[in-house]
Design a binder for this molecule. Sequence first.
Ligand code: GLC
Length: 767
Amino acid sequence: MNFGKLISYRVCGQRVVLRFAGGTGRIELISPEIVNVFCGCETEEHHSYSIEERRMWNAPIHIEEFPEGLKIITSRLEVRVFDGFRVDVYDREGRLLCGDYRGERSYEPSVNHADLILAAQEGHEVSLIDKNHKIEILKAMQGDECFYGLGDKTGPLNKRGYEYEMWNTNNPAPQMENVKSLYKSVPFFITLREDCVFGLFFDNHYKTYFDMGKENPAYYYVGADRGNLDYYMIFGENMARVVEGFCALTGTHELPPMWALGYHQSRWSYENEAELRKVASRLRMLGIPCDALYLDIDFMDHFKVYTWDNEKFPNPAGMIADLKKQGFRTVAILDPAVKKEEGYPVYEEGVKNDYFLKDANGEIYYNKVWAGVSAYPDFSEKRVRDWWGVHEKEMLDTGLAGLLMDMNEPSTFDGQMPPDVVFGNEGNAATHEEMHNLYGNLMAKAVREGWKKDGGKRPFIVTRACFAGVQKYCMSWTGDNHSIWVMLRESIAQVCGMGLSGMGFTGADVGGYGSDCNGELLARWTQVGALLPYFRNHSSRPTRHQEPWRFGDETMRICREYIRLRYRLIPYYYDLFWQMAQTGLPVVRPLVLEYEKDPRTRNLNDQFLVGPNLLAAPVLAQGMECRAVYLPEGRWLDYWKETWAEGGGYVLREAPLDCCPLYVRENAMIPMYPVQNYVGETQIRELTLLITGCEASYVHYQDNGEDMAYQKGAYNLYVFDYRDRIFQISFRHRGYERVYDSYRLLVNGQEYVISRKMAEAGFACVP
Ligand code: GLC
């Protein structure tokens, strides 16, 4: 795009319309710290599926002209616009925060055609890529940039030097760090420099390209061939504010039901009712806490969506109710594609009412998925989403507690879906080329809307594919990983990266999905999984079973220990989920999110924080029994040894197979419950509080964990305060009838059990 000379401008409220010799652009201040840069290459107005309700915050601007261009000034920023629609952003002290790169793109040309053909003969995957794109955003590298986010991507946490694409892709091969796209597309990243931080959200849902200084260390690059030039620069005093800013635009997760925070056991597939019941009894018999069991595709009649195989599962409602009595929720998989079969009502309704995607000739587009030749619902149409929701309601009526949406990239077994497949899109017909990355979000929207028909139960909806902003509708998992050590390691950066991209409720299949697991790997993976937000053990059909008891007693005991640890920590997780629903800050955080000024956290791939208070340094390699743990500034309590470690450097920690090193920050609190077989097994009357150091304050959230009553105020918000050895509770909000009768305080090695009255009056923790 060649904008040329800036000719004139016009101010309308917080928006400045800029006329260049070669086109029109505009800059809009969404808030004093959020800048939108826009040029309607294809549509005059924003065409966003991520920002569904475009909020504006009051941001008075004033304009100053200067010889080279225009300054748009807010209370926090100075946005300078130049010829060529070049945009530089400064803070009010005149420090450059983000500047457009002024040179041309330059990179080493890829090898020539003959070399590629040669390499292809040996089986190398090769392609000749045209690296130039119609829309190109080049930002000048200042030198010390680290990059984070981009949703679910492989490779290290810091994406500097890597290149990625946004094109939702189902690729069940092991996803190594050279993979450019996975199931999800979130075109948002955070740039962290020594003295500034900001986020860039490229709100373009076509295929997009990100090069974080790989092709040339002088700049980083965002590109697309279609759609608009439409991006947001989100500034803030620290990384957390930037994440919050992104979530203020695109949405936050809802509060999940509390049981969703427990352990989930899955397999493709528990083939029939007897097998599922056997898994349930085994878990209870061994005292392994568990809240959810999964039905994978084999519960359906020949993989037909919204059907049951009546031979394998003769009485779904009865089975689900029985499992519920034992404390298990049942979650079923939900694939979008509808089998082409006469007499199958879902298909026939779809044909009759014109609910499916069309090819360029206006005929229903078919491809193959599990059920064979299938059609794809056009979720871009509300009437299709409503219809989907009616069937969903029938499914949920059997008592299912959750739905896991799979294959919604959308997956096709018989070649790719052509780019010209047509979506109705509410009267603005759009092609697959445009809508591909949105299919998961639109399906999620359908399922979330359909869920509302089910009354007041909190939704538990999982998706594999998505685009930015999906967190409003559901949560997600990382898809088909493998039972190999490298993928255990990868999962930490993946989950942390998604957390920084608005999606803080995620996890990876514990034990690995494809390939065979083994005892040591399962033990280590369970230690990690127990601390990540979504904790599900899942494995693929042709692989070895990997429930916790499959590899002997020692593995079972270790897995059980960490699953129980998760259950002890449930109130801490629940508090973090509640906070995430308010702000968008993720439950599990890379250390850099809390300690961005500390350069040693910026490339830390093998440790993470649960909230601000708990640090995990898991073992991620075979045979390793000891590891270096980086502890940021301050003192840290070794959770297992109950000894203090000095932060600001590395400590060496023994970590035999039954130990995942964990540390609690000084001057912190962590609320805990007793271990239960499942969430809600007993009514919790006593809250345990681990208190470290001599001064801590903590906000704790409590509600019934089940329904939507909290939205009408049925919750309690406690403030726990500990200083000068006095522990005291107070309420910031009191709307839920149950309160704790007593507190068990674990204060620096001493234990005190005190009544609610004592806690309200202020209790002196004197040994
Ligand atoms: C996909 C899913 C996986 C599931 C399988 C069968 O590969 O990612 O979790 O088990 O399909 O439904």
